[in-house]
Design a protein around this ligand. Structure first.
Ligand SMILES: [Zn+2]
Length: 146
């Protein structure tokens, strides 16, 4: 089947996201991470290793990079409204990322499943992300038109 393009972003619109998925949205199971950081921010992670994730900053310095837990991944949130939109990690020179399914509009995914990445060893985590996450990640800034 053809690719499915979904759009979304943070609440205030400073960050826009667009994902290209290779399967129907209902085939994807967002992973609701059980750590307090993700729970507080209402995150459920979704990724497609064959898909594409694009993050667009529509305002100057719109994204805030946060580190937590084992300090390996970069959580990207809006600097203005705080919405957590994606998580990224550079592994051997390549950026891998997952998107917060709650930041995508009008998408009907499969029911969320709990995930406990905290219990994995650092090396296992990276191996898992490399397998599961988007391997094609673009981060663009379109700010400055004002
Ligand atoms: Zn925002």
């Amino acid at each position: 089947m053809s690719a499915v393009v979904l759009r979304g972003g943070c609440r205030c619109g400073a960050l826009a996201i667009e994902v290209t998925l290779t399967r129907e949205p209902a085939d994807y199971v967002p992973r609701a991470c059980d750590c307090s950081f993700c729970q507080e921010r209402d995150a459920a992670w979704l990724s497609d290793p064959q898909g594409v994730l694009r993050l667009q900053q529509r305002r100057e310095s719109a994204s805030l990079h946060l580190r937590q837990g084992s300090n390996q991944a970069d959580f990207v949130a809006c600097a203005h409204c705080g919405t957590l939109v994606m998580v990224a990690c550079e592994i051997e020179g390549r950026l891998y990322a997952a998107v917060n399914a709650h930041a995508l509009r009008d998408a009907r995914f499969a029911p969320e499943q709990p995930a406990s990445p905290q219990r994995l060893a650092p090396e296992d985590k990276r191996a898992r992300w490399r397998q599961l996450w988007f391997a094609e990640v673009c981060i663009e800034t379109t700010a400055g038109a004002a």
